[in-house]
Design a protein around this ligand. Structure first.
Ligand code: IVH
Length: 764
């Protein structure tokens, strides 16, 4: 049926397409969703309905067309107009120095400007746009001919279906990498496991497998994403002069472009970038296997040309190999600081990721079974960044006839205490506590570690001797050590004994946060320790805190709260703390956060009194005349004066008459929780605390480090990229794509003066 489409329907369909694609952009490119899922679904269904009624409304760039409906019988071949090349690799600094020299010398310049980016470990893709519309997506294939995977690429919501310009260029190709984020990969494998299907080895294989599905509906379920790194075959558009400006252009066209990209100068700039990305590697949401350096000036790029199948103007500086194959000589167990028993594979030494690995963790008993790793197997060992090497899988076609399975022993190999594995827990534990020398050693090493009490020189070998000889049982005993005792130990020289005594002595002065962390309370890491120090401002207040009081501390959940209460309830732990203090361990008390303003309504809601939801809490706050009166009122008064239902009145009166609840409230008031009249002024209490800032460009009078320092000193955070979690963007001269993204998201943008004002500084 070919009905004329009413103009208002045409208009509505366009509005819907734009709203849905804008949401896709915010969600999948900026990681900053602004529409609730239900609302998104509603818009999507409305568009589907309009298109069903008026099929001529369907245009290829409609978001409803992201999922093709028919499985293909195969992929057709695509010849790339410009070949998709590969990159030459460099592994050592010397190779990078040589690369820079090859660039620099013919140009006769002393340092070259480079655009630098991570090297994404995914699947290379080329997207062709004609007159602004995505017309084709292809894999790299052999570089000249790839496969047409357009239908699958359309399902990736981070891939724009059209360009933003009103008069778009006749043609262009965006090259980049299809990736699966680490978290999506883990989720996919968990789902595969539940369904009893094959697990993917790594995110790259998962991405490649998902792109090669003949049924795009399967690809659509796979959570793929995309990062652009080049622009090719451009017709009808004046290209900018640099690679970095080209990437900025792609940002304006709503392509996902990596936020870690930079422009640096000279070989020093390259190597510094390599090190900074290496350090960040594990915290990135996707896998990378190195960084890529490209001459920034596009004209120079062109002049330099190509050798064989790689450009002369770029190089990939790869990270050392992270996986290797070796043999499992034995499997035994290690006892951790909290008694956790970890099976460890003893390996034939193998060089992985720049170091020789002889042990690798197998995590827990179930993992050994699931991966079916046996003594005698050849295995793949992986080392990622600083983390402990792990056994990934057994190489089954190399399994010898004779292998031995691992069995978990019933008692601790160190102290002989029973090993207990609680139902529902993956981890088995030695029940010996600090009686177990292994746990004691680990606890001491943790106590002395750099981020805890920072006792330099107290390493594993020394701790082993101190514990084995019975010289040290608890951390407090460390402070009783004298130089003659230490000098009498093996492998310690006179000089280092006196250094150690000195280090122990100077280490006595610390901060509350470090001390809390050093105690080794299960589940309390460095960040939690800092929160606790900030919130309580004193150890005694923390030691007396009720479990419920601890819940009030930002980011502390019930498991952590319970763990803290249990720790301080243990007499032995309290005794050690007394001894540590009398040995002279000290810190500045009371840097307690003053700012704990909230509204009474929010507080009442937080108390979670049965039957009292946010709106009743609001009413109680408005009418009760304050917390004190509320705590004293009986059920009858609550019913009559505050107009509560009989049940609610009973619940409130019951809650406040319970001494335990009263104690928690008293503790919180003691700790400085106060109430303001309006929610607005509670939020105003500190405009910076808990807020996330992104810095971009150069400020006239402040360096980035100074600005960062100011923000952190006032309890704010600085993030590297703009997202929905960003509260402010501070922008200076030459701010780039971060500024564009902030404008897109409607995030407040501050210049230096605005920033100083927000920080409460006088800007006159
Ligand atoms: S530029 C002319 N930049 O690495 C060469 N490639 O070994 C164009 N890759 O197949 C490539 N991240 O898929 C470039 N930031 C990045 C990259 C990158 C990953 C891949 C690319 C290519 C392979 C080359």
């Amino acid at each position: 049926m070919d009905r004329t489409i009413p103009t208002n329907v045409i208009k509505r369909a366009r509005e819907l397409r734009e709203a849905i694609e804008l949401h896709n952009y915010r969600y999948y490119v900026l990681d900053a969703p602004t529409l609730p899922d239900a609302e998104y679904d509603r818009l999507f269904r409305e568009l589907q309905e309009l298109e069903a009624n008026y099929p001529r409304l369907i245009v290829p760039e409609s978001p409803t067309q992201r999922v093709g409906s028919v499985p293909l019988s195969g992929f057709s071949q695509v010849t790339h107009r410009t070949p998709m090349l590969s990159l030459n690799n460099a592994f050592e600094d010397e190779e990078v120095i040589a690369f820079d020299r090859r660039i620099r010398e013919p140009l006769g310049v002393s340092d070259v400007e480079y655009a630098v980016e991570p090297k994404f470990d995914g699947v290379a893709i080329s997207l062709t746009y004609q007159t602004g519309l995505l017309v084709q997506g292809a894999t790299r294939g052999d570089g000249h001919t790839g496969e047409d995977v357009s239908a699958n690429l359309r399902t990736i919501k981070a891939v724009p279906l059209r360009l933003q310009a009103d008069s778009p260029p006749a043609r262009l190709e965006v090259r980049g990498e299809v990736l699966m984020l680490k978290r999506d990969f883990e989720q996919l494998n968990r789902a595969q496991e539940r369904k009893g299907e094959k697990l993917f080895v790594n995110p790259r294989n998962a991405a490649a497998g998902s792109l090669r599905q003949l049924d795009p509906r399967i690809t659509a379920t796979r959570h793929l994403t995309f990062l652009a790194y080049a622009l090719e075959g451009v017709e009808g558009l004046d290209l900018p002069q640099t690679h970095s400006a080209m990437m900025d252009y792609l940002v304006t066209q709503k392509f996902p472009v990596c936020v870690e990209r930079k422009v640096v100068r000279g070989v020093q700039g390259l190597l510094k970038y390599y090190r900074s990305i290496s350090a960040k590697r594990d915290s990135l949401p996707y896998h990378i296997d190195g960084v890529v350096y490209k001459v920034n000036d596009l004209r120079r790029q062109e002049q330099m040309g190509f050798v064989a199948r790689a450009p002369r103007f770029a190089v990939a500086h790869k990270f050392p190999a992270q996986e290797a194959v070796t043999e499992v000589l034995d499997i035994d167990v290690q006892v951790g600081r909290t008694g956790a028993i970890t099976p460890v594979a003893r390996l034939r030494p193998v060089f992985v990721g720049g170091v020789t690995v002889t042990n690798a963790t197998l995590h827990n008993e179930d993992e050994v079974r699931r991966k079916d790793i046996r003594i005698g197997d050849s295995v793949i060992v992986r080392r990622a960044g600083d983390v402990i090497p792990e056994v990934v899988s057994a190489v089954l076609d190399r399994r010898p006839a004779e292998t031995r399975e691992f069995t978990m022993s019933k008692s601790c190999p160190i102290c002989g205490s029973t090993i207990i594995r609680l139902p529902g827990e993956a981890v088995a534990r030695c029940s010996g506590g600090l009686y177990c020398p292994a746990q004691r050693k680990q606890a001491l090493l943790h106590f002395a570690s750099r981020r805890a009490m920072d006792i330099q020189g107290l390493g594993e070998k020394l701790v082993d001797q101190l514990v084995d000889k019975g010289l040290v049982k608890t951390s407090a005993d460390l402070y009783l050590l004298d130089q003659p005792t230490l000098a009498g130990l093996e492998r310690i020289a006179e000089l280092s004994a006196s250094h150690l005594v000195q280090a122990i002595e100077t280490g006595k002065k610390t901060t509350l946060a470090r001390f809390i962390y050093a105690l080794g309370i299960p589940n309390v890491g460095e960040a939690t320790a800092k929160e606790l120090a900030h919130f309580f401002g004193g150890l005694d207040r923390l030691m007396q805190a009720h479990e419920q009081t601890l819940h009030y501390v930002p980011d502390i959940g019930s498991e952590v709260a319970r763990s803290i209460v249990q720790f301080f309830a243990e007499r032995h732990n309290r005794e050690v703390i007394v001894q540590l203090r009398s040995a002279g361990v000290r810190w500045e008390e009371d840097q307690r956060e003053k700012d704990k303003q909230t509204t009474l309504a929010r507080f009442l809601d937080w108390l979670a009194i049965p039957g009292i939801g946010p709106s009743t809490a609001e009413r109680l706050a408005d009418t009760s005349g304050g917390l004190e009166r509320l705590m004293q009122a009986d059920a009858q008064a609550l019913r009559q004066e505050l107009d509560l239902s009989p049940n609610a009145a009973k619940s409130v009166a019951g809650y406040f008459s319970n001494p335990q609840n009263r104690n928690v409230i008293e503790q919180l008031l003691d700790l400085g929780v106060t109430f303001t009249k309006s929610a607005e002024s509670a939020d105003k209490a500190s405009p910076v605390r808990g807020k996330t800032f992104v810095l971009t460009g150069t400020l006239p009078n402040l360096t980035r480090e100074e600005a960062k320092g100011k923000i952190e000193a006032m309890g704010g955070k600085v993030a590297g990229s703009v997202s929905g979690k960003t509260d402010y963007v501070v922008a200076g001269a030459e701010a780039g794509s971060k500024l564009v993204q902030a404008q897109d998201l409607g995030i407040p943008i501050l210049d230096e003066e605005g920033f100083k004002k927000l920080m409460g500084e006088n800007t006159q």
